[in-house]
Design a protein around this ligand. Structure first.
Ligand SMILES: C[S@@+](CC[C@H](N)C(=O)[O-])C[C@H]1O[C@@H](n2cnc3c(N)ncnc32)[C@H](O)[C@@H]1O
Length: 283
């Protein structure tokens, strides 16, 4: 794992220090299920290591929409504990992956999980800020990201960076929360204070930022109806994790996270927040 200088802890990074999806939690759960941690396969991790909405199918759909081919050079921007990279690395054995994330604990967790399933040579883990990525221009074929731009204050900066590091004709495919017309300033303030979700974009906001970055829209899909269902189930899943998280995160940490998570899911259920999948091509 490499660390890009200047990526000290921020409040977003701190949020993910107390997130219920982490390598310790995953390994504890697998142990409780009776798995031998010295003989893990990528598929054993998958029920636990995908920190986005829609699980494996969402990763495969996004990769297909972006036109990912075996042999491509791929970056997962804001890769979390590396679940999407491992899933795609198993399917596309000749492709090379870079799992890039701000949070040090998640990067260490991703490296540990990659090594446990023998994928540390196909996936590099790099810690850094997506608003300033330490990669050469025109150096990658595909950039993917799921449920993460919502944390990034300067959306134009991350889009500009993705466009810079992609080769001409390369594609960026990402999914993100989108603000609906009924999202109020008070909702935005609550999401920022509790969940580090900031500068949420409407679809037209995103469209003008794509143009400014030199990215042409290939397709946009409204994911809002699916996300209401998924998030309602996910809330129940997180509630059920209570006992395990006490052991891995400490008392009270999970309860505080859950209060904020319930506010967020309520806004999605009320239709004030939705989801979108965007595929862009570098001009
Ligand atoms: C909801 S998780 C998504 C993880 C991963 N995409 C997945 O689907 O499993 C959001 C991730 O964004 C990362 N993140 C937030 N702000 C970032 C930034 N400025 N640069 C890089 N990563 C960032 C967080 O550390 C977190 O791991």
């Amino acid at each position: 794992m490499s660390q890009h200088p200047g990526t000290s802890a921020s409040s977003t990074a701190t949020l993910y220090d107390r997130h219920p999806i982490n390598a310790d939690q995953i390994l504890l759960t697998l142990q409780q299920e009776g798995k031998d941690l010295d003989r893990l396969r990528p598929a054993d991790l998958r029920p636990h290591d995908q920190d986005h909405y829609g699980g494996e199918a969402a990763v495969l759909d996004l990769a297909a929409a972006a036109g990912l081919q075996d042999g491509d050079r791929i970056i997962d921007i804001c890769a979390g504990v590396g679940g999407p990279s491992r899933l795609l690395a198993e399917k596309f054995a000749q492709a090379r992956f870079m799992a890039f994330d701000l949070n040090g604990g998640r990067c260490r967790g991703a490296s540990r999980l990659n090594a446990l399933v023998g994928m540390d040579r196909q996936i590099d883990v790099v810690q850094g800020d997506a608003q300033r990525m330490p990669f050469a221009e025109n150096s990658l074929d595909i950039a993917l990201s799921q449920e993460a731009f919502l944390h990034i204050p300067d959306k134009q900066a991350v889009l500009n960076e993705a466009a810079r590091i992609l080769r001409p004709g390369g594609r960026l495919g990402f999914t993100d929360l989108v603000a609906g017309p009924a999202l109020e300033d008070a909702d935005r303030a609550a999401l920022e204070a509790g969940m580090e979700m900031r500068t949420l974009q409407t679809v037209p906001d995103y469209m003008s930022k794509f143009r400014a970055a030199g990215l042409s829209l290939v397709r946009h899909d409204d994911l809002s109806p699916q996300w209401v269902e998924i998030l309602t189930e996910r809330l129940e899943w997180y509630r059920a994790m209570d006992a395990g998280t006490r052991q891995t995160l400490g008392d009270g940490v999970h309860e505080r996270y859950m209060d904020d998570y319930e506010t967020f899911v309520g806004l999605v259920q009320a239709g004030r927040l939705g989801g979108g999948r965007f595929v862009l091509r570098k001009d």
